[in-house]
Design a protein around this ligand. Structure first.
Ligand code: FES
Length: 122
């Protein structure tokens, strides 16, 4: 499948936790929510926590494990810090195998920069 990389099998992805995977040299976090798979960059845009360690709060909402910023797994948009986002990948299933796009999916929301010194971290 051109433009995609096999990253896991369906049985590898726990239902309530993320799975860290590699897409070339990039790290991604793979999630399964209500039978659908999502892949996002495994780096929180706040201070860099590994998002595969995050928590599904319900629906497609992922909470960062370190300070609780929340992200929509479909769009990557940060839902409690408007204007921030995390890049997402397209996911394709072929039988039991999970493939993720080699490139990020384009998102309307810009990624954000870490806060400057003196700015709050929560
Ligand atoms: S590192 Fe993710 S919210 Fe702070």
């Amino acid at each position: 499948m051109k433009g995609y990389v096999k990253v896991a099998s369906r049985g590898d992805v726990p239902g309530d936790k993320g799975l860290p995977v590699k897409i070339g040299k990039r790290e991604a976090a793979l999630f399964r929510v209500d039978g659908k798979y999502y892949a996002i960059k495994d780096v929180c845009p706040h201070l860099g926590a590994a998002l595969h360690r995050g928590f599904i709060l319900g629906g497609r909402t992922l909470a960062c494990p370190d300070h609780g910023w929340t992200f929509d797994l479909e769009s990557g948009a940060c839902t409690n810090r408007p204007g921030c986002s995390v890049p997402c990948y397209d996911v394709q299933l072929v039988g039991e195998e999970i493939y993720v796009s080699e490139r990020y999916r384009r998102s309307g929301a810009p990624s954000c920069s870490p806060p400057s010194v003196g700015e709050g971290t929560t």
